[in-house]
Design a protein around this ligand. Structure first.
Ligand SMILES: [Zn+2]
Length: 279
């Protein structure tokens, strides 16, 4: 599942190719991918210019003219790519479920098509008319962004969360942006046990966790994310998987002590950790 660094990478690459472009046509090939009202989906979007593409936790937000918005959650395998309109392509590209025809009215009449592609089909697209976005965002109750939150906010949010540190990091209402990869990577780098009760985190430990999270998330963004399974940004695969300390490395030596890394399920999520360094 794309996490904060992967979504941030996509947002930057989408912004570079869609900002100031107008949506002239929308086609949806697989209706369940649209989670807002079906009747108004394309009518909220068509004819509007894309003013900005931003990230809200693991959500992607296209802000359009006239207070219209397109909000996307990629879930497991959502991604984007650019090509020509389906008719010119001679049919729908595989696993693509929505197509946005974009025109650039500022220069020559240029045109490109943004495809939403999703092999597992769990991702969801929502279109919002004027005044509709903020109530929806409020209903998500997202915590502060994991990349922007201060050490103090990390401690405040985590020590109020029930359950383990791993569960608290995955909970988007505590901090927004972590998923399984960066939770495991941050915990091993900060030498904190995933099973530790989040509410027992000390100031020093929260500071260490915050420092490592910032370092890891920023480094992962520089690497354009981690390509494990099928993640691709519009400009291609990321390379942070080459820097992973724990994720996907069960049975391999701990980078700090050399003993074998362990894998166990925490709240149903595979968790890789060092039983000696993360006590
Ligand atoms: Zn170790």
């Amino acid at each position: 599942m794309p996490e904060l660094p992967e979504v941030e990478t996509m947002v930057r690459e989408l912004a570079a190719k869609t900002q100031a472009w107008r949506i002239s046509e929308v086609l949806v090939h697989y209706a369940p991918i649209v989670a807002s009202a079906w009747e108004s989906f394309s009518s909220w979007l068509v004819g509007q210019d894309i003013e900005a593409v931003t990230r809200i936790g693991k959500w992607i937000l296209f802000s359009l003219t006239e207070d219209r918005h397109l909000l996307i959650h990629l879930k497991m395998t959502g991604q984007f790519h650019f090509d020509v309109w389906p008719e010119e392509l001679g049919g729908w590209p595989p696993h693509c479920h929505a197509a946005f025809r974009l025109i650039n009215h500022a220069q020559e009449p240029l045109e490109r098509t943004l495809y939403y592609k999703d092999t597992r089909k769990f991702g969801r697209l929502r279109a919002f008319g004027p005044g509709q976005l903020n109530p929806f965002l409020a209903s998500l109750n997202l915590g502060p962004d994991a990349l922007i939150a201060t050490a103090q906010e990390y401690r405040q949010r985590l020590t109020q969360a029930p359950g383990s540190l791993k569960a608290a990091l995955l909970d988007q209402t505590v901090l927004a942006g972590f998923g399984n990869i960066y939770a495991d990577e941050t915990l091993i780098a900060a030498h904190l046990s995933p099973f530790r009760k989040a509410k027992t985190l000390t100031i020093d430990e929260a500071t260490a966790l915050h420092t490592q999270a910032q370092r890891i998330l920023n480094h992962a963004i520089e690497c354009r994310g981690s390509t494990v399974a099928n993640y691709q940004a519009p400009e291609g695969a990321g390379s942070y998987q080459n820097h992973h300390l724990a994720y996907g490395k069960a049975g391999q030596p701990c980078p700090f002590c050399g003993r074998a890394l362990n894998k166990i399920k925490v709240n149903g999520r595979g968790t890789v950790y060092c039983p000696f360094c993360q006590k």
